[in-house]
Design a protein around this ligand. Structure first.
Ligand SMILES: Nc1nc2c(c(=O)[nH]1)N[C@H]1C(S)=C(S)[C@@H](COP(=O)(O)OP(=O)(O)OC[C@H]3O[C@@H](n4cnc5c(=O)[nH]c(N)nc54)[C@H](O)[C@@H]3O)O[C@H]1N2
Ligand SMILES: Nc1nc2c(c(=O)[nH]1)N[C@H]1C(S)=C(S)[C@@H](COP(=O)(O)OP(=O)(O)OC[C@H]3O[C@@H](n4cnc5c(=O)[nH]c(N)nc54)[C@H](O)[C@@H]3O)O[C@H]1N2
Ligand SMILES: [Mo]
Length: 883
């Protein structure tokens, strides 16, 4: 055995190490044993196989939407996955980092081979055409059925509902599949789930280096992502910063892998970090950041206080804080002297901040009352941002995923413009988030497309996610297009069928209780997933789908990766149980509706994957043009049995499929660096910004204000950033603001994206449940008032719902604020209506504001110690196994 371990680990082990290793092995076996009949257990024979070099390391999908995107590999021996690892394809260095994954990715085999996989098609016991007893949805028993029966139900119900109520009565969540499109389409939804108000604002106020066509349905979704890609300098330049001010950013949780690693390089190079956040998060800990606490959804107030400090303390000679040269040349609307044509000179940002006309100076004291940050800390932050320091002024999207944050991106950029941290080495301003974190610039390598033609969705109806459930209950909604930000138009709507595709919409959308009401009202609900998500539990028909490990191969979420690499994955295991791919289910449904496979998918999965590989492209040595990535020979094409033409690239097909990663090798002074807005800063007249009317950064943006105000949700005040007390924000937590008497829901709750899961993916996996608990973070002073101790079960409650979690009592969160990490799997007790899992959307309100923002990051709740049956730790709870 010692010899075996030596061979596996490649090193001599002393007795202590050996005992540790064997204990870990035993625990691993025990855990795997709970994974059910198909759990992949590494036994001695398999271990021997590893030692003998048998088996193959296969690039395996890390299939979910966290901010990492990392290499994942599975060791398959005799068809059994016995190990996982991440990028070890080359030496790791800050210049050429490995794309290393985290515990979540490395637990993927526990997801794929989990005992709680959906194994067979099933229907609700009391289902019948039209719904049967609809009130039983979410609490009925399940009956296993054949795929034949499942397809018959799916096709006949879809047809019946389309014929009776029209195609727009079908709500497709994460679809529509091609059959549904062919049949006439379906209603969908849009939202600003990820980027909050950054989705739109930068594209209209000039803070994007190109114009994105917002008029194209759906385009805004991608446009939003790029607000974190194209406005920040690249990773090597981040090391030139003296100070990095992070506003609401926690890459250590939300963008593990390279983004976090790049920030660490800046730390090593000597940058000082400042974290502006309601929570002293793990990124602040890792970077040893100074903390400037701010209440959730109060960044508008805070930054106005910063602007006031800058204006009132600046002296170009003795105390130069403001970069007047940049402001005057590159922006409009800052002061009366730099207004757009036709605008009232009194309507300028500076006079608003100073209170020239409304007699309310937005000074640090004014701000402090609203955002909770000490006035001195606000002034300190302003001085730290001063123009003669090299500063990265960066944020995540969390502070914009809140009510009345429509002007936040504009204000954020205004502060960056005032201090001149735009367009120069060591200076940058804007959101730096998700996979693009810490590494701005256009991609240097791109994955390819399947080449499948897109079948248009003939229905244009599209809800805003935030008030979708109440709108369905009312039968009316405000149509504003599909990420098109159109003037609002009231429409009648009668949803009678919900088709859940590759999302978990009931769980991830605001106001779960009204979502449940909707699910118990419509005639038919179907869900297609590989695990019993909340959306599946409230369906009538559940279809087991394959995970990415069971498909032929592909590029999961590949169009969103960091700029230097692409990842591909191959088939790891044949489909488990009776699971089918989304495509097979689509064809099964379509054939019963009278469409042929040809009409739905002109060619098969192998050809699709081949096309993706063949159309990957990569930057050439000139640093400008792109050419094919993969070398493909005639022999490859013959071996695959696909249509294609040989081509010359940078990596052979064989090597790419073996490694699963292609990474552009970079060096600090190569020709691939990126300084956002560099040319614009040098000569704004010669390089006008294509994303604003004036070609400059619009501190005053008429187009943006008009667009938002026409949408028909709530209005913003002015074309420049002004303060509006956020709905369900701090000020609303008072019954009486003047006397500071608190209301019934005195605490602000927000939802950070959490280590244990990627949204709801992985939340069911025992390994990660064991590694990460399911906390509610609460300040020690608040906890004491309520007699709440660490680990106590607490109830989080408001007018929308009630949910339970275990308290983590800490000084790391501001008083009056609690943090309820996003994405846990709801488990509603039908007797009490209380969710015993701590689902965030139980307490998120459905109020759409301004540009249609999903506002998760300030809701008002009350917290009490829960006197009912306390929670059992998640890791000890039984898995949700249906068959
Ligand atoms: N592990 C993991 N990673 C993920 C995801 C996941 O589910 N799990 N989801 C991915 C996706 S799709 C997205 S969109 C991104 C989101 O990534 P981000 O937009 O960065 O959001 P969060 O990680 O929720 O929050 C970042 C920080 O903002 C703080 N914060 C919250 N509200 C406010 C506020 O009003 N003001 C200020 N100043 N700070 C605030 C939080 O305390 C937290 O420290 O994460 C991605 N990464
Ligand atoms: N309260 C609150 N709500 C939030 C947020 C928040 O911060 N607070 N964050 C929001 C954000 S930023 C986002 S991006 C959304 C994410 O919202 P969702 O996209 O709904 O979240 P996921 O959990 O990623 O859901 C993906 C589902 O697809 C399934 N799946 C994966 N691959 C396949 C496949 O190939 N085929 C099929 N059929 N299914 C598949 C997974 O099992 C999973 O159930 O949530 C938003 N909701
Ligand atoms: Mo997101």
């Amino acid at each position: 055995m010692t010899d075996l371990l030596k061979k596996i680990t490649g090193k001599e082990m002393n007795r202590r190490d050996f005992l540790k290793a064997s204990a870990a092995g035993a625990a691993g076996l025990a855990l795997a044993g709970t994974g059910g009949e198909l759990a992949q257990v590494a036994n001695a024979a398999e271990a021997d196989a590893v030692v003998n070099g048998e088996g193959e390391w296969i690039p395996a999908a890390c299939g979910h939407n966290c901010g990492g995107r990392c290499s994942n590999k599975a060791l398959v021996v005799n068809g059994v996955v016995i190990r996982q690892k991440t990028d070890d394809m080359h030496e790791d260095s800050p210049e050429y980092p490995q794309q290393r994954g985290c515990l979540r990715g490395r637990s993927t085999r526990k997801k794929v081979f989990g005992a709680d996989r959906l194994k067979y098609p099933m229907k609700r016991k009391h289902w019948e055409p039209g719904g049967g007893d609809k009130s039983l949805r979410g609490r009925d028993e399940w009956v296993r059925i054949s795929w034949e029966e499942a397809f018959d139900i799916l096709a006949s119900e879809t047809k019946r509902i389309t014929e009776t109520y029209g195609s727009r009565s079908i709500l497709s969540c994460g679809h529509p599949n091609n059959s549904l499109r062919k049949l006439g389409g379906a209603t969908i939804f849009w939202g600003t789930a990820s980027q909050g108000t950054w989705v739109l604002a930068p594209h209209m106020m000039g803070y994007m280096p190109y114009k994105y066509s917002l008029a194209v349905p759906g385009a805004g979704a991608g446009a939003g992502m790029y607000t974190a890609r194209d406005v920040i300098n690249d990773r090597f330049d981040i090391r030139n910063c003296e100070t990095i001010v992070m506003v609401g950013m926690n890459p250590v949780w939300s963008s593990g892998g390279s983004p976090t690693y790049h920030w660490l390089q800046a730390k090593k190079a000597g940058a000082k970090f400042i974290m502006v956040d309601p929570y002293y998060n793990d990124t602040a800990v890792s970077m040893d950041a100074e903390w400037i606490p701010v209440r959730p959804s109060a960044d508008m107030a805070l930054l106005l206080g910063v602007a006031h400090t800058l204006i009132s303390e600046d002296d170009p000679v003795t105390n130069p804080l403001i970069d007047w040269d940049f402001l005057n040349r590159c922006t409009i609307g800052f002061d009366a002297e730099h207004m757009p044509e036709g605008a009232d000179p009194k309507e300028n940002f500076k006079d608003y901040v100073l209170g020239t006309y409304d007699n309310i100076p937005k000074n640090a004291e004014w701000a402090s009352e609203r955002c909770g940050t000490e006035p001195d800390r606000i002034r300190y932050l302003a001085r730290e941002l001063r123009k003669d320091k090299k500063v990265a002024f960066v944020c995540g999207w969390a502070s914009a995923r809140t009510n009345n944050a429509d002007n936040l991106p504009q204000l954020f950029v205004t502060i960056g413009a005032m201090t001149g941290h735009i367009g120069k080495s060591g200076h940058m301003t804007g959101s730096s988030c998700h996979v693009y974190g810490a590494n701005g610039g256009l991609p240097l390598v791109n994955s390819g497309g399947t080449g499948l033609p897109t079948i248009p969705n003939l229905v244009d109806d599209c809800f805003n996610a935030a008030d979708m459930w109440p709108s369905i209950l009312k039968g009316k909604y405000n149509f504003t297009g599909n990420y098109q930000f159109l003037p609002g138009e009231e429409r009648d709507i009668n949803i009678q069928m919900i088709y859940h595709g590759a999302r978990n919409t009931l769980q991830t959308t605001e106001n779960i209780n009204s979502g449940i009401e909707v699910h118990r009202k419509v005639e038919f609900v179907v869900a297609q997933n590989y695990v019993p998500t909340m959306s599946a539990l409230y369906a009538d028909l559940v279809l087991p789908v394959t995970t990415e490990w069971e498909t032929i191969g592909g590029f999961t979420f590949s169009f969103f990766t960091n700029r230097e690499m692409v990842l591909t994955h191959r088939n790891v295991t044949p489909p488990l149980y009776e699971a089918k791919t989304d495509r097979e289910i689509d064809i099964g449904m379509g054939e019963r509706l009278g469409f042929t496979e040809e009409e739905l998918y002109p060619f098969g999965p192998k050809q699709q994957y081949f096309n993706q590989l063949a159309t990957c492209n990569v930057i050439q040595d000139d640093g400008k043009t792109f050419g094919p990535l993969v070398t493909i020979t005639k022999e490859d094409i013959d071996e695959w049995g696909v249509n294609g033409t040989p081509q010359e690239g940078k990596i052979t097909l064989k090597e790419f499929l073996e490694k699963g990663v292609y990474q552009v090798k970079r060096t600090p002074n190569d020709n691939l660096g990126y300084i956002a807005f560099e040319n614009f800063r040098k000569d704004p007249e010669a390089n006008p910004l294509p994303s604003s009317e004036s070609g400059k950064i619009e501190i005053y943006s008429k187009a943006y204000a008009e667009c938002v105000n026409a949408m028909g949700y709530t209005k913003i005040n002015k074309p420049y950033p002004t303060y509006i007390a956020p709905v369900d924000g701090y000020e609303n937590s008072f019954r009486n603001w003047e006397t500071k008497e608190k209301g019934d829901y005195p605490y602000q709750v927000f939802n950070p994206h959490y280590l244990r899961r990627s949204h709801t993916i992985f939340d069911n996996v025992p390994w990660v449940r064991e590694a990460f608990t399911n906390p509610l973070y609460i300040n020690a002073t608040d906890a004491k008032k309520k007699d709440i101790k660490n680990g106590d079960t607490v109830i989080i409650e408001n007018k929308y719902g009630k949910t339970l979690r275990n308290a983590v009592v800490t000084e790391r969160i501001m008083p009056g604020v609690v943090s309820l990490p996003h994405g846990t799997w709801a488990a509603i007790d039908e007797d009490t209506g209380i969710d015993r899992a701590g689902a965030d959307n139980m307490v998120c309100g459905p109020h759409v504001q301004g540009m249609g923002t999903n506002a998760y990051n300030s809701n008002l709740v009350n917290i009490e110690k829960y006197l009912g049956e306390p929670l059992v730790p998640d890791a000890e709870q039984p898995q949700r196994i249906i068959f």
